[in-house]
Design a protein around this ligand. Sequence first.
Ligand SMILES: NC(=O)c1ccc[n+]([C@@H]2O[C@H](COP(=O)([O-])OP(=O)(O)OC[C@H]3O[C@@H](n4cnc5c(N)ncnc54)[C@H](O)[C@@H]3O)[C@@H](O)[C@H]2O)c1
Length: 227
Amino acid sequence: MKKVVVLTGAGISAESGIQTFRGSDGLWEGHDVMEVASPIGWKNNKSLVLDFYNKRRAQLLQVSPNPGHLALVTLEEMFEVEIITQNVDDLHERAGSKNVLHLHGELFKVRSTKNSNLIYEWKKDLNIGDVCEEKAQLRPHIVWFGEDVPMLNKAVEITFKADILLIIGTSMKVYPAANLINYTKPNIPIYFIDPEPSVYQSQYSNLNIIAENASTGVLKVVNELTR
Ligand SMILES: NC(=O)c1ccc[n+]([C@@H]2O[C@H](COP(=O)([O-])OP(=O)(O)OC[C@H]3O[C@@H](n4cnc5c(N)ncnc54)[C@H](O)[C@@H]3O)[C@@H](O)[C@H]2O)c1
């Protein structure tokens, strides 16, 4: 079976009702990203950060996968599919995709601030005073700006094995994730699905740009690959 690697960003979940990262106002759900997604933001105001992710977690419980997530599942009938997502939601898993690597962490997990190996499933609110078994405060299991991306090497390995690459709903502005496109074997077909694509045809050989929403664009590409 050929291997399809799919890199997804916030755009694939937009039609499920989750806002993308940089709306036109440059904020994430009304917040400066450094306030809610950086170690300095956490140091300055833990309650604000916890409240922000509590709201994201509560919202995630209310939404469902959309046709973009679902179309990727049907690809598994004909290809070995690996999804590398920048998203912290679990909509790929809920749609039924089998192999999903989260580069930037997961909303439904929290971890110890003392021992990063202590990771717990968490669907409710996280508050000041919620501690790990070593009695240290728990924090969201999210990769914040300026922090290491522990899954990066694995993501590079997966990308290098791709026979076909799909990139969906990402502004390609968050590094190192945006750099994965440069770790494929030479000349493999690349499909970029985003209503406001941030790459140009001339940048890569074999680049197909589908300037559409995920719900229609992913289905088009899946139909082309499986016909
Ligand atoms: N759902 C989530 O888990 C979520 C949501 C917001 C932010 N984030 C975090 O924010 C960072 C975001 O970087 P990013 O590049 O993923 O997002 P981004 O917000 O920087 O870019 C979103 C991209 O999605 C596109 N888009 C908008 N509507 C779309 C649609 N209906 N279909 C397809 N594409 C659409 C936009 O044109 C844009 O290029 C990541 O680190 C991620 O962890 C995650």
